[in-house]
Write a protein that binds this ligand. Structure first.
Ligand code: 6GU
Length: 243
């Protein structure tokens, strides 16, 4: 049974969007994972199928009703039980590669896309939803955030990424020691008068490795002092131990 995502949304027509292309799209077509966009509108209340209402206490915008969201959750979990519920919201826990690895290792996820000013907090808590944000900026809705989260998860699933696109040594993978990636170059060796760094043309593998490590460290120090401070420390070794 493949990794299964159900997206709860008022805009089901935007899915799969970019997830239908490239490696994620091929994986979808090959049945390596599954994506269902579940329209919350049919769970709306009354003749107008209302899904939202004005916030208690006043303020701008509209809030998704807890009864509507709860019914949509119930329908999603009936189709694929034992999946974590995720609410995409700018007030959530930051999305990191550790969160992605955790979700990708499970059976899938049910993703609630907020719209308007947000979702009634009671259903978030009653359903034990994990609130997740994709960064410190404001999106008009959770759909694009759900796509980001799914892209990050799906590329870790067995068979989705080819050997050539190995997820092993890139930024944020454990093997990268929490550093940003070194820069990449391809042919031609000179373009518009700009040379590729000579060490990369040398065929000297140890030299290439040292240069890449130094570049990864430099760019991490310059752009991400937060990551640099928390980077993996070299493991102390004892003389004569190991190989
Ligand atoms: Cl998950 N949703 C919205 N609406 N805005 C965001 C976000 C999510 N993450 C960052 N900004």
């Amino acid at each position: 049974t493949p990794w299964r995502a159900t997206v709860l949304t008022l805009f089901p027509e935007v899915f799969p969007g970019p997830l239908g292309a490239s490696l994620a799209g091929r994986g979808l077509r090959e049945g390596l994972w599954r994506l269902d966009a579940l329209d919350m509108r049919p769970f709306g209340i009354g003749r107008h199928r209302s899904v939202d209402d004005t916030p208690f206490g006043g303020g701008a915008g509209m809030v998704l009703r807890p009864d509507v969201v709860d019914a949509a959750c119930e329908a999603a979990l009936a189709e694929g039980p034992n999946r974590p519920l995720v609410a995409l919201t700018p007030r959530g826990e930051p999305l990191t590669q550790a969160v992605v690895r955790d979700l990708a290792a499970g059976p899938g996820a049910v993703l609630l896309c907020g719209r308007y000013e947000g979702v009634d907090q009671r259903v978030v808590e009653a359903r034990g939803m994990r609130e997740i944000s994709i960064g410190d900026y404001v999106l008009s809705g959770g759909e694009t955030a759900a796509m980001v989260l799914l892209d990050a998860c799906v590329r870790l699933l067995p068979g989705v990424m080819g050997a050539a696109e190995s997820a092993e040594e890139e930024s944020f993978a454990p093997a990268a020691d929490g550093l940003l990636e070194y820069p990449h170059y391809t042919r031609p060796a000179e373009w518009n008068g700009l040379r590729v760094p000579e060490v990369l043309l040398s065929g000297h593998h140890a030299g290439v490795s040292r240069w890449r490590r130094a570049e990864a460290e430099r760019v991490t120090r310059e752009r991400r002092p937060d990551l640099w401070a928390r980077r993996a420390q070299p493991t102390p070794t004892v003389a004569g131990e190991g190989t």
